[in-house]
Write a protein of this length. Structure first.
Length: 91
C-alpha cells in the first residue's frame, strides 16, 4: 500500500553528509520525496512509496551515514498524494 511519511531525524545529522546519504538510499529503494535541513539542526524527510519499502528506508536512516549519529526519528503518516516523481535534497 502506498503511503506518505514525514520524518524528523534528530541527532548529529547536519554537516555530515546525511542528506545525500538519505537521498541515495531513497533512490536505491525507488522512493520519492525530499530531504532538507531544518534550522534547529534536525533533518526533515518527506517520502512517498510502498509502506514496506518505507520501513526499510527508515531502518537505513536510523543507521545513518558514517559520520552521523541518529538519536531519534519522529514519524508522521500522511495522506498519499503522489506529489513527487523523484527524491531530492532541498535547502
Amino acid at each position: 500500500m502506498n503511503i506518505a511519511v514525514k520524518l524528523i531525524v534528530k541527532g548529529r545529522v547536519q554537516g555530515v553528509g546525511y542528506r545525500y546519504f538519505a537521498m541515495r538510499g531513497a533512490k536505491a529503494l525507488g522512493l520519492n520525496g525530499y530531504v532538507k535541513n531544518l534550522f534547529n539542526n534536525d533533518v526533515e524527510v518527506w517520502v512517498e512509496g510502498d509502506d514496506k519499502i518505507i520501513e526499510q528506508f527508515i531502518q537505513l536512516l536510523k543507521k545513518g551515514s558514517g559520520f552521523s549519529r541518529v538519536e531519534n526519528i519522529e514519524k508522521t503518516v500522511l495522506l498519499y498524494e503522489n506529489k513527487f516523481n523523484d527524491f531530492n535534497v532541498t535547502f
